[in-house]
Design a protein around this ligand. Structure first.
Ligand code: NAD
Length: 355
């Protein structure tokens, strides 16, 4: 099987879907691997490092590739160059763009948008949403520390004692827990909340405090469900009071397949202390804060609100290492001895497949 590793085209995308380590393993599975020139350079993997493990360089025509690996979906014009019988693996988000969906669809083609992978125990080693969310949560805490006009840790100095910053993390999934762990390591006093009751123990095990807002909304597959109007009102009433004493908020709340839940209203932000900081990781899907502008940092009433996008790409080296291992583990489900064979009884293949 001829594998092509694409050079990402999306603006600001520094990650790559295969590293020299995973290319070596793909070759061991019987694949021939061609890397597009410069595909790994922004992630710290120069072309040479791939050549050394037995890959070749290839540019342009995609017609001979039987398996195409990418982080984000390629441009529509490039998708159209891919052979009808080829297999595509990556965060393809076919529903995000009707033209892309149309270009992706071909009768003999298998399309595996990795965001569709079921989140079962067996799938964990292939779960790019988790591995990339870990980096995003880590960076979100660091951005908050950088923007804040305060120290995170407590300091005892000759100029007096500085009290530690109070950090609240909204949503304690993969990204939220990593943000909590990172803010803790920086010495902040950290609290977190989520609507899934099992997160209490997870938050506490990181040395943070669980903030109980009296709302419990576990949904299917370990995810949250959307709140009812009454539940949301209750959550917001309790949260508004609490926010007055908080220095930093990191927002990570999401509900699969829906816009990010709006949790912080403009009134709540207006009640926060000047100099407070909100980093809204949910900006990608609209933001948890009503004032978030995706991709921008704004100041409203003395409160700085950042809506950074694609945070995983900021940590491109480790994010790519994890992404590439996830992809390798997924591809290992159907590449054996150089051949591609799909076992559609395997729910990981059957459920991830699109179209
Ligand atoms: P996510 O990105 O969909 O959501 C982030 C968090 O926001 C979730 O914890 C969710 O409960 C929370 N949330 C949603 N609405 C909220 C609201 N109104 N207020 C506060 N919080 C709200 O989730 P994720 O981080 O991708 O994963 C969430 C769950 O999936 C976790 O239980 C995780 O352990 C599980 N998971 C399992 C596997 C696996 O077994 N393979 C892999 C990844 C994640």
């Amino acid at each position: 099987v001829q594998v092509r590793v694409l050079k990402e085209h999306a603006e600001g995308e520094r990650r790559v879907a295969a590293t020299p380590e995973t290319v070596k393993k793909l070759i061991a599975l019987g694949a021939q691997v061609a890397i597009e020139p410069g595909a790994g350079s922004a992630a710290g993997f120069p072309d040479d490092s791939y050549l050394q493990v037995g890959a070749t360089l290839a540019e342009g025509a995609l017609a001979d590739a039987a398996l195409v690996l990418c982080v984000q979906a390629p441009e529509v014009s490039r998708i159209r160059q891919i052979a009808g019988g080829a297999t595509l693996v990556g965060l393809l988000q076919p529903e995000a763009d009707p033209l892309r969906a149309e270009a992706l669809r071909a009768p003999e083609r298998q399309v595996f948008p990795l965001e569709r992978l079921p989140r079962t125990t067996r799938a964990q080693a292939m779960d790019v949403l988790s591995s990339q969310a870990g980096m995003a949560g880590y960076k979100a805490a660091l951005i908050a520390a950088e923007l804040a006009p305060r120290f995170f840790p407590m300091l005892t100095t000759a100029a007096g004692t500085i009290r530690p910053s109070k950090v609240l993390v909204v949503g304690a999934g993969v990204a939220g827990l990593q943000a909590i762990a990172t803010a803790r390591r920086l010495g902040a006093q950290v609290e977190g909340f989520d609507v899934r009751p099992e997160t209490r123990e997870q938050i506490e095990s990181l040395g943070a405090k669980f903030l109980d807002l009296g709302v419990s909304a576990a949904g299917e597959g370990g995810y949250a469900r959307a709140l009812t109007d009454e539940e949301r009102a209750e959550q917001q009433r309790r949260l508004a009071d609490h926010l007055r004493g908080v220095d930093v908020v990191v927002c990570t709340a999401a509900v699969p397949g829906r816009p990010a839940p709006k949790i912080l209203t403009d009134v709540m932000v207006a009640g926060m202390k000047p100099g407070s900081v909100i980093v809204d990781l949910a900006a990608e899907t609209g933001g948890n804060c009503a004032l978030t502008r995706p991709g921008e940092t704004v100041v409203e009433g003395g409160v700085t609100i950042a809506g950074p996008l694609n945070l995983a790409s900021m940590g491109a080296v480790h994010a790519s290492e994890m992404f590439a291992r996830n992809v390798l583990n997924f591809v290992s489900l159907f590449v054996r001895e150089g051949q591609v064979t799909f076992d559609w009884e395997d729910e990981l293949l059957a459920k991830t497949r699109w179209g």
